[in-house]
Design a protein around this ligand. Structure first.
Ligand code: MG
Length: 377
């Protein structure tokens, strides 16, 4: 990178967005921020804009910063050809449209937003290929795989690691009675609320399987999940000749974020301390318990069905997670409700983007209605 890489961040006030800005602050001579877009936290967005002085901001509320132009929508960021790369760090379906728009404009994407690929992976990856756009994963597991792969045609299988979340060795009964606070107390990673609950039910891993299928074009039969509580091995691949290559590192999202926005270069950036095998001493691995965490099986099923199935799964799960966070249902019911909605979904094969959004909306309504019915009993 001789000249500064021009970057915009969609979702700059969230967990990934704020950590990305920490990376960029450390690498000020490598990056120039074109635009920042934030959600509800207008105060923080204002602070960020004052500090990083982007050319543009997009806020849901009206905020004014001297020397920074306010944009009306996210498309204005996605259409701006000044960008070398856009970090899509927001959570939820809001990431999908600007990502597609940026791809159409030939802008590379650092993708932290899972929903984009879970909802519309076929469309997104096809468009990226047509437009010669790189989709560089930020999710730590996919970033690990991206770092391990040289030639995908020689890969036998992907091995995605999962920390197992806070309920790894708890009983189903304990999972059923888990409080929101317990579900949000992730042992290894500090993340947003939705993804932390998904990590507790292991649905996060389910969504990551679907994400991996699209990013790397691997069959679901060749994507494996293994529990690895220390979160040191971030994922691995097995080559056809039996060689296994894994990416290791201390559990910090700064590393995958920095890799994704700097790729193919590597910088020192934020590195808390040097890696020591002897300090870590041991790495444990075990098979996931699909009886206790059936969400993973459900995600495999949705992935194999393809079409609109994964968009339905994603929407039902997300609504159920919100209701859990709201205290309406218990943690295990997130799965039960998602499954019931999913089982009744009529899959549309090769859906258009409009059909995907229709499925998303319909599924959310159905999920809310079902939860209302259950909780009124
Ligand atoms: Mg992950």
């Amino acid at each position: 990178m001789d000249k500064k890489r021009k970057i915009s961040i969609i979702g700059s006030t969230g967990s990934i967005g704020t950590q990305a800005l920490e990376v960029i602050e450390k690498l000020q001579d490598k990056f120039e921020i074109i635009a920042l877009a934030g959600g509800n936290n207008a105060e923080l967005l204002k602070e960020q804009a004052e500090k990083f002085k982007p050319k543009f901001i997009y806020a849901q509320k009206d905020i004014k910063i001297d020397g920074t132009k306010s944009l009306k929508n996210l498309d204005e960021i996605a259409e701006n050809q000044e960008n070398d790369i856009i970090l899509v760090a927001c959570s939820g379906k809001i990431g999908l449209k600007p990502t597609l728009k940026a791809i159409e404009n030939g802008i590379d994407i650092a993708l932290a937003n899972k929903e984009t690929l879970v909802m519309a992976g076929d469309i997104v990856m096809k468009k990226a290929k047509e437009n010669g756009v790189k989709i560089i994963p930020v999710d730590s597991e996919h970033c690990a795989i991206h770092q391990c792969i040289k030639d995908i045609s020689q890969v036998e299988k992907l091995i995605i690691t999962a920390s197992g979340g806070p309920f790894l060795h708890k009983s189903i009964e304990e999972i059923k009675t888990a409080t929101v606070k317990e579900a949000l107390a992730h042992p290894r990673w500090n993340m947003g609320r939705k993804i932390t609950v998904d990590s507790a039910t292991l649905m996060n891993k389910g969504l990551e399987i679907i994400e991996a299928h699209h990013l790397f074009g691997m069959d679901y039969d060749d994507i494996e999940v293994v529990i690895h509580p220390q979160s040191i091995v971030h994922s691995a691949i097995e080559y056809k000749d039996g060689s296994v290559i894994a990416q290791l590192g201390l559990p910090s999202m700064h590393i995958p974020i920095q890799y994704a926005i700097s790729y193919p270069e590597r910088f020192e950036g934020i590195k808390s301390k040097s890696f020591s095998f002897s300090e870590i001493a041991r790495l444990d691995f075990e098979k996931p318990d699909f009886e206790k965490f059936p969400t993973v099986k459900l995600a495999y099923k949705a992935g194999r069905m393809g079409g609109s199935a994964t968009a339905c799964l994603n929407a039902a799960n997300e609504e159920a997670v919100f209701e859990f966070l709201d205290g309406k249902i218990n943690l295990y019911q997130i799965y039960e409700i998602t499954k019931e909605i999913f089982d009744n979904h009529k899959v549309i094969q090769n859906p258009t983007i409009e059909e995907i959004f229709e499925v998303d909306e319909k599924t959310r309504l159905q999920t809310k209605e079902l939860i209302k019915k259950i909780t009124q009993k």
